[in-house]
Design a protein around this ligand. Structure first.
Ligand code: DOR
Ligand code: ZN
Length: 348
């Protein structure tokens, strides 16, 4: 369906298969950025406290719907947060009722809002078997938390210790390896069956770990999984633009107030929602892969989840698009990804 000229690209309206919308005042401040670009988004459940039950997820879904700005069409696709105590029957019922479309596995203490996460995958085997039976996708934050594993190795070690055995033992389980950051992760996804997909964020396509550490410590480039070496960024660019149906757009937009980032112990998370689609299209343009952008942004995700493709379109045009230093999210100041630089594309 994509059409292009020298200066414009029109594609099916995209979806965001991984976003943090937070709650209450901040939700109302950040949601408009996502809803103006994306028709649907997979909403992460790591609120504090996390949303772990069908009842909690349904209430959160209603708060999101109430925050959609008038005139925008947007559908939140909800997820349940898995804990050691998750009830397989509650998960299966919430899925059957359409309350949520997937469940998120956070290894306990891997990242922001993961304190209630799973301490050992063996403890939720009954839940995962049930999910495999009903065809419900499992969304994984793929990092080990062992103190003896270097933070830059935590994703690769997770593949060896947890993900490969899980995929071997539950070969029919649909898995999204979220926000992959390494060549090892792309290799694993490429070598797996069609039931294993992955999201890739804009930041992991744009920056390597130097962005965080060269010339001073730069907290706004810090997220988890942390950006890795340049060779990994290049592997992710190759995967995203390869045309493989296994890779799809998932921003992992994770807003934190500027003060919570610029701190002695700054929060993990990059707020990329304001210019997400422009950030991604710039990468595909640089890689001479604009003809593959629509599949990554608008087709591979819904096909993986078994949902219909969006029928509306969006148009992007080549134009200077300055990114502000800071945005006001309904009273919370947040520094966006690409702050104080300019992107070469603009959503019309
Ligand atoms: O950087 C991150 N921020 N990674 C995550 O996994 C969670 C997220 C957040 O919620 O802030
Ligand atoms: Zn996330």
């Amino acid at each position: 369906m994509a059409t292009s000229t020298d200066s414009t690209l029109t594609i099916r309206r995209p979806d965001d298969w991984h976003v943090h919308l937070r709650d209450h005042d901040v939700l109302r401040g950040v949601l408009p950025y996502t809803a103006r670009q994306f028709a649907r988004a997979i909403v992460m459940p790591n609120l504090s406290p996390p949303v772990t039950t069908a009842e909690g997820v349904n209430a959160y879904r209603h708060r999101i719907i109430a925050a959609i700005p008038p005139g925008l069409s947007f559908t939140p696709l909800m997820t349940a947060y898995l804990t050691d105590g998750t009830d397989p029957a509650d998960i299966a019922q919430g899925y059957a009722d359409g309350v949520f479309v997937a469940a998120k596995l956070y290894p306990a203490h891997a990242t922001t809002g993961s304190a209630h996460g799973v301490t050992d995958v063996a403890k939720i085997l009954g839940v995962l078997e049930k999910m495999q039976d009903v065809g419900m996708p499992l969304l994984i934050h793929g990092e080990v938390t062992d103190h003896d594993v270097d933070i830059f190795d935590r994703e690769a070690v997770f593949i060896e210790r947890t993900l490969a055995p899980l995929v071997r033992d539950l070969p029919g389980l649909k898995v999204v390896f979220e926000h992959i950051t390494t060549a090892e992760a792309a290799d694993f996804v490429d070598a797996s069956g069609p039931n294993i997909g992955a999201t890739i964020t804009p930041q992991h396509l744009h920056i390597n770990r130097n962005a965080m550490l060269v010339g001073g410590i730069r907290p706004h480039a810090y997220c988890l999984p942390v950006a890795k070496r340049e060779k990994h960024r290049l592997a992710l660019r190759k995967a995203a633009t390869s045309g493989s149906p296994k890779y799809f757009l998932g921003t992992d937009s994770a807003p934190h107030a500027v003060g919570a980032k610029e701190s002695a112990c700054g929060c993990a998370g990059i707020f990329n929602a304001p210019f997400a689609i422009e950030s991604y299209v710039a990468v595909f343009d640089e890689e001479r892969a604009l003809d593959r952008f629509e599949a990554f942004a608008s087709e591979n995700g819904p096909r993986f989840y078994g949902l219909p493709l969006n029928e509306e379109t969006i148009t992007l045009e080549r134009a200077e698009n300055p990114v502000p230093e800071i945005v006001d999210a309904n009273g919370t100041p947040i520094v966006p990804f690409h702050a104080a630089t300019s992107l070469g594309w603009r959503l019309v």
